[in-house]
Design a protein around this ligand. Structure first.
Ligand code: NAD
Length: 290
């Protein structure tokens, strides 16, 4: 059976390798990014076509991999890309968006005769390149089933979390835990160094012991101690995710007593960095805190 044509908007650090996975799996692609040069280069590389007003009607699914909910809503609703899709098409928002806004968006799209899944991802650029992301899906189970192969081309695991918005809620909470783990790891490394324990040695301790985190295993040696700070996930995007988690907790009247301080620290540091700063730069930036 021929594969559905897939429209893909947002060809950044994550979107580009994800689109490459879909091309490898044989999906005909219609690509779009506000950076036209990037769109054209990827179309040439993958033998894909740019997503245009007159080609959008061919798409069975439209994937968004954009910075935040404001931009997802602008692209789908204000710019009219949702209206250009055929009836019965599915919009899959793989960005890390605001869960309550995703619910509202799902209802608005249903009125237009379009399906909606939120399917944010975890694993970063490396797993995106390998097609091994963890994909966290919110929405109707039968709709997820319908697009299982498509998601499987980008993901190592696809977890159904709950109704529309549940994937985005789970993603924000995951990144809250991840950021707190990063900050705790970085603080431990700086204190250890002041006591005369080299960060390399302290990292080995953590990785051999119960204090190991995703940061100690996959970020400290790879991106922090060597000063490359090139994980491909920006400090400001993580800051956005922490704001989503904090807002969710507030909306649900559950105070994050531990997280309150960590999130405030991340916000303060994020205010002072360039938009391109990598989140692993927290290692250097937190050294200046002490
Ligand atoms: P990015 O900034 O590298 O890419 C975003 C892309 O969207 C850019 O190419 C940009 O030009 C494009 N864009 C912005 N506004 C647009 C518009 N109005 N129309 C069309 N294109 C537009 O970001 P990223 O790191 O790829 O992250 C994308 C999403 O995935 C974010 O929600 C982020 O939180 C999430 N995420 C990122 C990572 C990571 O490791 N980088 C991991 C998991 C989830």
């Amino acid at each position: 059976m021929p594969k559905d044509t897939v429209a893909f908007i947002g060809l950044g650090m994550m979107g580009m390798p994800m689109a490459r996975c879909l091309a490898r799996a044989g999906y005909p692609l219609l690509l779009r990014d506000m950076d036209e040069g990037r769109t054209n280069a990827l179309c040439t590389e993958l033998g894909a076509r740019p997503l245009e007003s007159d080609s959008a009607g061919e798409a069975g699914a439209l994937i968004t991999m954009l910075p935040n909910s404001d931009i997802v809503e602008e692209v789908l609703m204000a710019q009219g890309w949702a209206d250009r899709l055929p009836q019965g098409a599915t919009i899959i928002d793989m960005s890390s968006s605001v869960p309550t806004r995703s619910r509202t968006l799902a209802a608005a799209l249903a009125e237009k005769g379009l399906g909606y899944l939120d399917a944010p991802v975890s694993g970063g650029v490396k797993k995106a390149e390998e097609g091994a992301l963890a994909i966290l899906v919110g929405g109707a189970p039968d709709l997820m089933e319908r697009w299982q192969s498509l998601l499987g081309a980008m993901g190592g695991s696809t977890l159904h979390i709950g109704e529309a918005g549940a994937g985005h809620a789970a993603k924000a909470l995951n990144n809250y835990v991840s950021a707190c783990g990063l900050m705790a790891t970085v603080e431990a490394l700086h204190v250890a160094e002041r006591f005369g324990i080299a960060p390399e040695a302290m990292t080995k301790v953590l990785n051999a012991s119960s204090g190991r985190t995703n940061t100690s295993e996959n970020k400290v040696a790879q991106f922090m101690l060597n000063g490359t700070f090139a994980s491909g996930f920006s400090l400001k995007l993580m800051d956005k995710d922490l704001s989503i988690a904090a807002e969710l907790a507030r909306d649900l009247s559950y105070p994050m007593q531990l997280g309150e301080h960590g999130i405030a620290l991340w916000h303060r540091i994020a205010e002072g960095v360039d938009v391109g700063a990598d989140h692993t730069e927290m290692y250097a930036l937190m050294a200046q805190e002490g």
